[in-house]
Design a protein around this ligand. Structure first.
Ligand SMILES: C[C@@]1(CC(=O)O)c2cc3[nH]c(cc4nc(cc5[nH]c(cc(n2)[C@H]1CCC(=O)O)[C@@](C)(CC(=O)O)[C@@H]5CCC(=O)O)C(CC(=O)O)=C4CCC(=O)O)c(CCC(=O)O)c3CC(=O)O
Ligand SMILES: NC(=O)C1=CN([C@@H]2O[C@H](COP(=O)(O)OP(=O)(O)OC[C@H]3O[C@@H](n4cnc5c(N)ncnc54)[C@H](O)[C@@H]3O)[C@@H](O)[C@H]2O)C=CC1
Length: 183
């Protein structure tokens, strides 16, 4: 692959979830980010959670997301095309993941990239051009930092993003295996 070797095989794609039923389990900030992004792209989002954080509550109030005020139960993915497991309980996330697997639908696990069919990347858009940044689940904080740096840098026309990209690639590579490109 251009840019270096990849030890964590993934295929970058742009999901167009218009009309898909997406079940998001959990009502915290991470679930709200996932639900918001899917709803913005036209998905029919159902959130299952006994509680909602303010961001999730706003999505529900504005009618972007339907809310079932209860914990997840096996069978909740019956009509789903995509599942997101984003509770703070790994056992619940694992159960959601298992149900998705048994139904043959994709599942994002917010707490375990190694057990996910897809990761949500950090994204920035310039008109019709979108750039997505991911680290194979290793350093989402770096993905966010790179996204912010790219936005700042392109706003001022400089080349700081390229320098930071090299530093982050080196830092992520030294934290794990050879998943990141050589600087
Ligand atoms: C695997 C993945 C699964 C998925 O969710 O899809 C995942 C997993 C985990 N994230 C964790 C932590 C944080 N994640 C963020 C932020 C983002 N995380 C996102 C994606 C992903 N995160 C997927 C991999 C993407 C990739 O390949 O890089 C972004 C890019 C997209 C989005 O979330 O929309 C978004 C930035 C958006 C933006 O602003 O551009 C921040 C920073 C912050 O929130 O400000 C922190 C605190 C960091 C700190 O401070 O250390 C933890 C540890 C939890 C714990 O220990 O409790 C796990 C679990 C684990 O690593 O096992
Ligand atoms: N992917 C990412 O960007 C990040 C992922 N994480 C991971 O995601 C998890 C969730 O993060 P937050 O949203 O900050 O958590 P949080 O603790 O704020 O919210 C957890 C939510 O899950 C709900 N919940 C608990 N048990 C449930 C059940 N049985 N059924 C349905 N809903 C249930 C709670 O009511 C609450 O709404 C974290 O525990 C961590 O493992 C954390 C930070 C960033």
């Amino acid at each position: 692959m251009r840019g270096g070797t990849v030890s964590n095989p993934r295929v970058p794609v742009w999901l167009k979830p218009r009309g898909m039923t997406c079940v998001v389990v959990g009502g915290g900030p991470v679930a709200a980010r996932r639900a918001g992004r899917l709803a913005e792209a036209g998905a029919e989002v159902v959130m299952l959670s006994p509680t909602l954080c303010p961001e999730a509550a706003e999505l529900v109030q504005r009618g972007f997301v339907a809310w079932r005020e209860r914990p997840y139960r096996p069978g909740d993915l019956a009509h789903a095309a995509l599942a997101v497991a984003a509770t703070d309980d790994p056992a619940v996330n694992a159960a959601v993941r298992e149900e998705a697997r048994s139904r043959g639908i994709w599942c994002n696990r917010a707490d375990d990239a190694s057990d996910s069919d897809l990761d949500f990347a950090s994204v920035t858009c310039f008109g019709d051009v979108s750039i997505s940044i991911a680290t194979g689940g290793k350093r989402p904080d770096l993905a966010k930092r790179l996204r912010q740096a790219l936005e700042d840098d392109l706003a001022t026309g400089g080349d700081a993003f390229i320098r930071l990209l090299r530093q982050c690639a080196a830092s992520a590579a030294s934290a794990g295996d050879d998943a990141c490109p050589e600087p």
